[in-house]
Write a protein that binds this ligand. Structure first.
Ligand SMILES: [Zn+2]
Length: 480
């Protein structure tokens, strides 16, 4: 294991020349390899003889004005010395947009650039507090450097250290990808440190160990911590608003408990989604992109966050908006997946965990749940979970009521073996409806092209079937 010390901010703070002379001449020696950024003011420029970086004393290296430092282990450290300036040419202790552009270009032009392990800057990035935990007294909308924000947004550092505000701030990790549109990437952590030995005992040293991203398992690298936030440097909401398309007229409210009982019944719709607006080309890659604002993508500004009960790594649990029962909940993927069939194995695994937690919870309340998915006229997977009192009906009663209703509608309803997967019977992209009991029993119906008109009614009757059988009295009187 290699150890190194990285210094951000002004290395020569109030150091006396005599003290520094001891290091420079070798009387004193830095205990571990130490890397420092350059001057932030005219007074200390004289300590840094070479702008391209140099050894200042044994074990103490000035990284340089800007660039990439690659350790032997593969660790990549990007650095930018000095403070922001608009003037050209810049002073020796300033950087300009030209420096930032050149640093970005040298990295972004490397094939398959994913990000850097560490970014060192002296100023804080402007707006770093957006979407994050409070940085205390520091107003990140006013202080810090917009060029540093721009740099951090492009370089995607796993760790970004800065210091000039003389305050300690560890921001919640933020995403580097747009959840609705891009494949998951690693998160970034911004850490600001106070000055060494400050009298108010604010933290000035951050010790951590890091495996270079080039050596990491890709799945491990892109793991999203629970407290991950939106990217502070992106004007997310604005962009999302701009992206509104005609499609939103077709998007359904979050309270779709009854399926289209009286909505759009005469409207034709092709099953391959071609009707969904022509403004965006269809993507072959998964997960599919929403064609408009999505009510259920967790990162979407349209999500009603107050209904969210629990957030996992891949899924979250939310109360159904306007649910028929107070404990009617939805299990939803955080990313934009259309159906259970589209989910990757780790998402499925977490869905299963949520199901068993809900089963246990509802059983403790004397209830069992009936879960269903309608992969039809919906863009984002919603697993509807309806608790039903145990003493009102057995699981056989529930199944029976579904089957009877289906027969009346001349609809083929298949019972799927308990431990088999929906994926085995449904093809991605084809509409279906399925019901699952908390015993694992499943009923499945493949929605065929000739059925779309009836299906709206059919789905509604299905659910009414359950309630007619076992808990009709629980329905709000308005619906009777
Ligand atoms: Zn979505």
């Amino acid at each position: 294991r290699k150890r190194m010390l990285l210094c951000v901010g002004s290395f020569f703070g109030s150091t006396s020349d005599a003290e520094w002379e001891e290091y420079r001449t070798g009387i004193k020696k830095a205990p571990i390899p130490t890397y420092v950024l350059g001057a932030n003011d005219q007074d200390t420029v004289r300590y840094f003889p070479d702008v391209s970086g140099c050894e200042l004393a044994e074990n103490i290296t000035y990284l340089g004005r800007r660039g990439i430092f690659s350790g032997t282990s593969g660790l990549q450290i990007a650095y930018l010395s000095g403070t922001e300036s608009q003037d050209e040419p810049t002073a020796a202790y300033n950087f300009s947009s030209k420096d930032v552009t050149e640093l970005k270009t040298s990295l972004l032009s490397t094939p398959k650039f994913k990000g850097v392990d560490i970014l060192l800057t002296s100023p804080w990035p402007r707006d770093v507090g957006n979407f994050g935990n409070s940085p205390g007294e520091i107003d990140t909308k006013k202080c810090g450097s917009a060029l540093v924000s721009n740099l951090a947004a492009s370089l995607k550092p796993r760790y970004h250290f800065a210091s000039l505000e003389k305050a300690y701030y560890e921001r919640l990790p933020y995403r580097n990808h747009i959840v609705l549109q891009e494949t998951p990437q690693h998160v970034s952590r911004f850490i600001a440190l106070a000055d060494v030995g400050n009298t108010s005992k604010k933290k000035y040293l951050y010790a951590f160990s890091i495996v270079p991203m080039s050596l990491m398992d890709p799945a491990e690298l892109v793991k999203q911590p629970q407290d991950v936030t939106e990217n502070p440097y992106r004007k997310l909401q604005k962009e999302a608003r701009k992206a509104k398309t005609l499609v939103c007229a077709e998007e359904e409210p979050a309270c779709q408990f009854f399926f289209d009982l009286n909505k759009n019944q005469g409207k034709k719709r092709s099953s391959d989604g071609k009707e969904r607006g022509n403004s965006q080309p269809k993507q072959a890659k998964k997960p599919p992109q929403p064609t408009g604002p999505c009510w259920f993508c967790l990162a979407s500004p349209e999500v009603e966050k107050h209904l969210v009960v629990s957030i996992g790594t891949h899924c979250y649990l939310a109360l159904a908006k306007g649910g028929l029962l107070p404990d009617h909940v939805l299990i939803l993927p955080i990313g934009h997946y259309q159906s259970v069939v589209d989910l990757s194995s780790e998402v499925v695994e977490e869905v299963t965990k949520y199901k068993s937690a809900l089963k246990e919870f509802f059983r403790s309340k004397g209830k069992r749940y009936v879960l269903f998915e309608r992969n039809y006229r919906s863009q984002h997977l919603q697993l509807q979970v309806i608790p039903v009192p145990l003493d009102l009906c057995t699981s056989e009663d529930i199944k029976e009521s579904f089957i009877v209703q289906a027969q009346e509608q001349q609809i083929e309803l298949l019972e799927i073996p308990e431990h088999s997967d929906i994926k085995q019977v449904a093809q991605p992209g084809t509409p279906y409806f399925y019901v699952e009991l908390d015993t694992g029993e499943k009923l499945f119906h493949r929605i065929r092209k000739s059925f779309p008109l009836q299906f709206g009614r059919f789905g509604g009757l299905f659910v009414l079937g359950v309630f007619t059988c076992c808990s009709f009295s629980l329905l709000p009187s308005a619906l009777k």
